[in-house]
Design a binder for this molecule. Structure first.
Ligand SMILES: [Zn+2]
Length: 311
């Protein structure tokens, strides 16, 4: 049997897992709710139990795997195998590799989840075409992976672009304790909050014809982009997201920005105007440099595909 790997992407809501072959193809995958598995088990045992169930359900022998790769949110010390801080999992200073090793002798490696998404694009997605890129994952927060000279920046705790300080405005308190972090302005969660605010202020907005404050989501403003209120929300969001990208390009000047997350489907209403905004404001425009912004290709499986390339 060819080489295969158990690959995990631990999120605040679900633990996604898959068996990935040597070429980075997903053989099978499944997910379990994070909270429930943490209630009955420690994370290490939950991961090994999940891997062993996937193996037996799909005709693979657990002990024949070439390794277990795990993507984790937050601050990950991958060299020492320690999850230093994951706010949404309420975990601090947890030696997850040691824990997993209590239940199996397979090789185990861990990394930050956004780094693994960038690794998936680099080895198996649109990133193969570039020598340097920054992948920005816009979701509940903002994660990022930085690739320079064909390699992910390997320092622990690097690439936390979601916590770049954009403002001191006191309305922008971040879960990390700071104010004005990029993700308080330009994440999907921020977009939803901004859409709600705009709807409250504008009772005549067309967005009210299909949504209320309970049902509004990350697509609402895009769906009603001809409505003046929604348009204002989008323009403001593009500026917020764009300002962070301008900073990134001013520091690193990668060949391309890869945008991931559900909003990266919005080609005409987001990616095109965002690219235009960024190119109007980067310093290197004065040298006729232009940055391209492109959508990620590995979307929901990126985390588990990236985990295979830890080996
Ligand atoms: Zn923050």
């Amino acid at each position: 049997m060819n080489k295969f790997y158990f690959c995990f992407d631990v999120g605040g809501t679900d633990i996604k897992a898959g068996i990935i072959n040597h070429n980075g193809n997903v053989i099978c995958k499944d997910k379990i709710p994070t909270k429930e598995s943490l209630k009955t088990n420690n994370l290490g045992k939950a991961i090994v139990d999940f891997a062993s169930r996937l193996a037996s359900e799909n005709g693979y022998k657990f002990s024949k795997a070439s390794g277990i790769g795990v993507g984790l949110p937050g601050l990950v010390d991958s060299k020492n195998g320690i999850l230093k801080y994951a706010g949404n999992l309420k975990i601090k200073d947890y030696n997850i590799i040691e824990d997993i090793k209590n239940y199996t002798s397979l090789p185990v490696k861990i990394a930050n989840d956004a780094d693994l998404c960038a690794l998936a694009e680099l080895k198996n997605g649109v990133g193969q075409n570039y020598n340097s890129f920054v992948m920005i994952a816009v979701g509940t927060g903002i994660g990022a992976g930085i690739v320079i000279d064909g390699k992910i920046i390997p320092c622990n705790f690097s690439g936390e672009l979601g916590h770049m300080k954009m403002t001191n405005n006191k309305n922008t308190k971040c879960h990390c304790g700071e104010y004005g972090c990029y993700e308080t302005l330009a994440s999907t969660k921020a977009l939803i909050a901004q859409t709600k605010e705009a709807m409250k202020e504008n009772p005549k907005s067309k967005m009210w014809t299909a949504y209320n404050l309970e049902t509004v989501n990350g697509k609402t403003a895009f769906e009603f982009s001809n409505d003046a209120t929604a348009k204002k929300v989008l323009n403001n969001f593009i500026k917020n997201l764009g300002d962070g990208i301008v900073n990134i390009v001013n520091v690193i000047t990668p060949e391309v920005i890869i945008l991931s997350g559900a909003i990266s489907n919005q080609k005409d209403k987001l990616i095109a105007p965002l690219e235009e905004y960024v190119n109007k404001h980067i310093f290197a425009r004065l040298a006729d440099f232009k940055i391209k912004i492109i959508p990620a290709t590995k979307t929901s499986d990126a985390g588990i595909i990236g985990a295979r390339y830890l080996f």
